[in-house]
Design a protein around this ligand. Structure first.
Ligand code: ARG
Length: 585
């Protein structure tokens, strides 16, 4: 299968260079989807841009391009309109063969990339003994969707959970653990640490109040860093406890991610400082070792330092990210590294990238991108909180989504007097509830803040998961009603386009590969949501207008093929967003 847009672009470029010489070979043909289907499917606006360098009227330029344009296998004869727009309309025959190919292909015509990259997606990354909050939820949902898209494209993806499992807070936690639950240090299951977050709060309180406690806590940090066995044991216990909590969330969300926390880089931190020093990049500023950044300054206009080693000898978040980027490039051989965190960390990453680049660890052959997202807000427009003003626990949030989905479902089942099993109800509620939370997040432009509303995300109408899942169910309903087995119909069915709504649906279906390529490149999953939403709308328009089961052959088979393709596209698209489909709901 070919990418229609890419192919047309290539042909236009060829025509431009044949018409005006090879110095114009790299000119962008400015190919865009036509604003109005009346004019065709695509429009090339390059003639206007060439008017000046060629000193000719745009219309004349457009006509010369068209003369040299070889697209008869794809398009009707191109036309020039207005002051020099080149209009292209895809041939019916071309659309029909493309659809038949898509139908015969398990990947729905989406080719694997020709040059797979080793990509690291650093996402989720909560902190031990701290709340895994809605920001981590966004990172988890968006990161997972991006990883799924890249994996589907054929890239070699390493999903990494950069858990905050190291740092000075462990001194305080371990000291408190020794005091509050010494038995825990003897056998692993001796106590249930239960709510680690509450534990953390108590430890913090002791730390703030008690001088002796503070001293012991500081010593514990040193013991931890030097690898004292009993301290390490306590640390592991705390990590295991958090890990169990995180895993519950990952299981609910059906997300896999490999843990490689900050502690993993511990032994590499001193080397970062030593090597930066050898490179002449380190400066000692008020006892701290730092790199002065280019292009970052403080309020006074002085250059800002990135601290690599604090005056007390400790390392920090940035040092760890420097060690990590180096390891990922040199050991993991990453060619692209994506970091999914809130937009508040943009400067942190820009600074880490700059230092890594100046140190020569990050070269031009590696792409690094901070993939930022906005805040999660409550319906009041403020940071999401519970009614009593506390931070929302993720588990409760997800449970509530599922419970609400269940209530909706049970009401419908009762109204329709459908006998359904508990298994069915539990499964559908889970898929709809979790799917709604994911889709609500993914369908927003990630860089903005997003308002978390159970009512909106669970609505059966609009750009929501329930709507998309229902669109799929509806098509499955058609085939059930007609007792159609798509596999039996065969995959070499011929598609015939007649009605305007069939053309619109067909053209939209054929854009799938372009959309996936775009999401893999630009990392905006909301583009895929929008595509799927429009797909179901176009399907509905087709289905309202065109009889399917009642149509005469060969139209009946052709229309069933369009139904089949729409269903498969929805299923694939949703799966890339981490949402499974339902046969009934
Ligand atoms: N643990 C961090 C946080 O909760 C996110 C880590 C993101 N990844 C990284 N390589 N810095 O904010």
């Amino acid at each position: 299968m070919i990418l229609t847009i890419a192919e047309l672009k290539k042909r236009l470029e060829q025509a431009i260079s044949t018409a005006f010489g090879s110095e114009y070979a790299a000119v962008d043909p400015i190919l865009v989807p036509a604003s109005n289907p009346k004019f065709g499917d695509y429009q090339a606006n390059v003639a206007m841009a060439l008017a000046k360098p060629l000193r000719q009227a745009p219309r004349a330029i457009a006509e010369q391009i068209v003369q040299h344009l070889e697209v008869s296998d794809l398009c009707e004869p191109p036309t020039v309109a207005g002051s020099g727009f080149i209009n292209l309309r895809l041939k019916t025959e071309y659309l029909e063969t493309q659809l038949s190919r898509m139908l015969a292909d398990d990947r729905l015509g989406v080719a694997s990339v020709s040059k797979p990259q080793r990509v690291i997606v650093d996402f989720s990354s909560p902190n031990i003994a701290k709340e895994m909050h809605v920001g981590h939820l966004r990172s988890t949902i968006i990161g997972d969707a991006i990883a799924r898209v890249l994996e589907f494209q054929g890239h070699d993806v390493l999903r990494l959970n950069h858990v905050g499992d190291w740092g000075t807070q462990f001194g305080m936690l371990i000291t408190y653990l020794r005091e509050a639950a010494p038995a825990a240090l003897i056998t692993a299951d001796a106590i249930d640490l239960g709510d680690l977050v509450a534990f953390y709060k108590k430890a913090k309180q002791r730390f703030d109040e008690d001088e002796a406690f503070r001293d012991t806590a500081r010593q514990e940090v040193v013991r931890l860093q030097s690898g004292a066995e009993d301290t390490l044991k306590a640390w592991r216990l705390l990590c295991d406890q958090s890990r169990r909590e995180f895993q519950i969330i990952y299981d609910l969300l059906d997300v896999t991610v490999t843990e490689r926390g900050e502690s993993f880089y511990n032994s590499l931190l001193s080397e970062v400082a030593v090597d930066l020093d050898k490179l002449g990049l380190l400066v000692i500023d008020q006892g701290a070792k730092c790199v002065f950044l280019e292009g970052f300054s403080n309020k006074e206009g002085d250059p800002l330092p990135l601290i690599v080693q604090k005056s007390d000898g400790g390392y920090n978040y940035a040092t760890t990210d420097l060690a990590a980027i180096r390891y990922r490039i040199q050991q993991d051989q990453a060619e692209r590294i994506l970091y999914l965190t809130d937009i508040g960390q943009s400067n942190h990453f820009a600074q880490v990238f700059q230092v890594a680049r100046r140190a020569g660890w990050l070269t031009d052959t590696v792409e690094v991108e901070h993939v930022p997202f906005g805040l999660v807000l409550g319906e009041d427009g403020k940071k999401l909180k519970t009614r009593s003003g506390e931070t929302v626990r993720l588990r409760e949030l997800l449970d509530e989504a599922v419970n609400r989905a269940r209530t909706d479902l049970e009401t419908r089942i009762q109204a329709e007097d459908r006998p359904e099993t508990e298994d069915f109800i539990a499964h559908v509620s889970h898929v709809v509830g979790i799917g709604a939370v994911k889709y609500a997040d993914l369908s927003q432009n990630r860089t903005g803040n997003y308002v978390f509303s159970f009512d909106k995300m669970l609505a059966l109408n609009g750009n929501t998961a329930p709507y998309m899942l229902y669109a799929y169910v509806r098509i499955q309903g058609i085939t059930r009603k007609g007792q159609i087995d798509f596999e039996q119909l065969g995959r070499d069915r011929k598609v015939q386009l007649q009605d305007e709504t069939e053309f619109a649906l067909a053209k939209h279906l054929l854009q799938l590969d372009e959309i996936i390529a775009q999401v893999g490149h630009e990392l905006f999953p909301n583009r895929l949501c929008q595509y799927l939403f429009e797909l179901s709308q176009k399907f509905n328009q087709f289905y309202d207008r065109c009889p399917v089961l009642q149509a005469e052959e060969p139209l009946r088979t052709s229309r069933l093929a369009l139904c089949n393709l729409t269903a498969n596209t929805l299923k694939l698209g949703l799966s890339l967003l981490g949402i499974p489909v339902l046969e009934r709901m």
